[in-house]
Design a protein around this ligand. Structure first.
Ligand code: HEM
Length: 114
């Protein structure tokens, strides 16, 4: 169980790297597949982490998780809308910037909210 939880943490951190790496450091303003799949992965791996922690009787801060879930859903929505618009030739870099910035906000919530 510990190994599984740690592996999901690794996926969670890779999802974070995909979003922030793409949106902030590499393809500024362009909704790459890494951004879109990273944003989806954060919601899925985050929910898995909650379940695995609860299954292992580890305490989970519900308020913190609720905040992270809302922020992650906004990140995913921004990424999906930006990608959809980009496919129709109506690129909108602002949505990509918001997704990247909110992923950084969620990282700060994850680490600083104790
Ligand atoms: C953009 C979205 C997200 C980002 C950038 C993010 C970032 C992070 C980071 C950096 C950590 C490691 C913190 C540490 O170990 O000190 C973490 C852990 C965690 N995250 Fe997220 N997260 C996101 C979304 C979510 C969502 C949506 C959920 C749940 C619904 C969630 C649940 C968790 C849990 C339970 C842990 C603790 C894992 C453990 O050590 O057992 N995260 N997150």
């Amino acid at each position: 169980m510990d190994l599984l939880l740690n592996l999901v943490v690794v996926l969670h951190l890779l999802g974070l790297a995909a979003i922030v790496g793409s949106a902030v450091f590499v393809a500024r303003g362009v909704p790459t597949p890494a951004l879109v799949w990273g944003a989806r992965a954060q919601v899925v791996t985050g929910l898995l982490l909650v379940g695995l922690n609860q299954a292992a009787d580890e305490p989970v801060d519900n308020t913190k998780i609720a905040v992270k879930l809302v922020v992650a859903l906004v990140v995913a929505a921004c990424a999906e809308i930006a990608a959809g618009r980009d496919r129709r030739g109506q690129g909108n870099p602002n949505l990509v910037h918001v997704a990247g910035a909110l992923a950084v906000v969620n990282t700060m919530v994850a680490v600083l909210w104790t």
